[in-house]
Design a protein around this ligand. Sequence first.
Ligand SMILES: Nc1ncnc2c1ncn2[C@@H]1O[C@H](COP(=O)(O)OP(=O)(O)OP(=O)(O)O)[C@@H](O)[C@H]1O
Length: 551
Amino acid sequence: MLACKDLTVEIQPAGVRILDRATAEFMPKGLNAVIGPSGCGKTTLVKAMLGILPSAGDVSYAGEPVRQSSDLLGKLSFAPQFSIAHERLSVAEALCYALDLCVRDGVVKLSRLDEILRRIGLSEHRDKRVSDLSGGQLRRLGLGLELVGDPQCMVCDEVTSGLDPRSEDQILAVLEGLRDERGKTFICIIHNLAKLDVFDWITVVYEGAVVFQGSLDALNAYFNIPDALHLYDRLNEHPIEYWRTRWGEELVCFESLEAIDAVVAPPAPSALAQTWTLLKRRALLFKRDRGYWLLTLGITLGFPLLVTIFAWDGIPQLRGLAMGAGGGALEQMEASLRYRVDALEMASLVTGLILFQVILLTLMGSNNGAREIAAERQIFEKERFAGLSAGAYASSKLIFASLIAVVQGLWMMGFVKYICEFPGASLPQAGVLVLSCVSMTAVCLGFSAIFNSADKASLLSVYLVGFQLPLSGIVLALPDMLVWLCRPFINAYWGWAGYFGSMRATRLYDAYRVDSNEWIPAPALAASVLLLHFVLGAVMVFWGCQRKRWD
Ligand SMILES: Nc1ncnc2c1ncn2[C@@H]1O[C@H](COP(=O)(O)OP(=O)(O)OP(=O)(O)O)[C@@H](O)[C@H]1O
């Protein structure tokens, strides 16, 4: 079964040891309790054994070494302390999506769903939203989610903490049923010492070390206490070195622990199938999150409207001036001073409106990406532990957020161009505006994948959008030495330049060039740079999702 030898965890960079040479072995097909005073290192021990925390020492499962979490795939599952399912899904939906992510066979999925619901006692609540479940029901759902891959062993962090006695008993009864009928092993971190009689094997952790393992009777005898409720008082009577030395000297014979063979897990669904499942789940969650989709719809429709409001006074002149080829335009302007002034004013209005569109699209991009991964990071980590491919997860996020960005870019371009009658070819204009929004979405999604706090990722995204305007050098001139240092990275500049570059054959463009001889890149070049921004964002997303970010 799961075992460790001399397992040590140090917190870097300070080098503080929070787990010190812990050695333990758990009982197969039994209920294992891990107990100890708060902050003694129970969670650290378990996470280090599961490869969630970096550690030194040896861990094995059924006699085979465990070097990383993936070595335990299909054999062992983990229910962490935090919320484990999307609140807007129903109980059955949460279980179905979890099954779709880790089981291939459709018949197995159906029968397993019914069995899990029955075992965790939530059949009657299958259509209830996760957000509406009681604390006890939530913990039982957590157990149900652990069961989707039918693992041999399940590790539960504080599965009964904070529950009323009845809910606690219900959960313990579920564990007992699974042990007795299905031969499952449970390793549970628990706080209630009065419930230790339910457990077969008890592990005591004290100040970062394992200081006892055995049955409840053996524990009472070893610590010379009438019952387990006196355990922590007894532990406090001696320093950790005393308990460590005493346990080390004890000739503990774990031969009673039966050796088991590790199961071979059936292959998980392909990355493509997982991506599709995640996309379906994301679409459903989007539909159910009224506040978020209303906000997205509001800014998608409202921002282009805002642009046209600022264009309103200039539209009549714009219509008169903008159309037609630029050939001979300078001659015409020279012929009429009034015409020249108007043209300059219009050019300044149009370039300002283009920049406004691009800035608003970058803002939409930040709204699409910044919270997307960070806000559900712990759910992703748990699903990854159960077999979800990080690549499938990253792809699903990129596809979903980019689709929204494409719609926003197209609508912005189409609506503003139609109302203001901006000259120039539609295709390159749509291309650069869509790419502006999509690339900013990908970069902010990258922040969301790199940071595990949604607030941090949002703040950074807002700063990034805020700096687009000054650093683009379009409204305020940048010092020469900074221009080409900043510009390659400024989304708004390339969005603006690509759009304005598409007006090259118009009078507006000629009018702008009267005052400025600055190089304006062609739309194809601007689109290529924006595509590079997207690739950079995508790399950040994939890299950030590969890294483990448990709380
Ligand atoms: N990332 C970290 N940085 C610094 N200290 C940490 C970190 N993680 C854990 N610790 C410390 O290590 C010790 C053990 O923490 P752990 O969460 O394993 O305790 P625990 O026994 O599970 O506690 P509880 O029963 O309260 O959940 C605690 O003192 C905790 O503050």
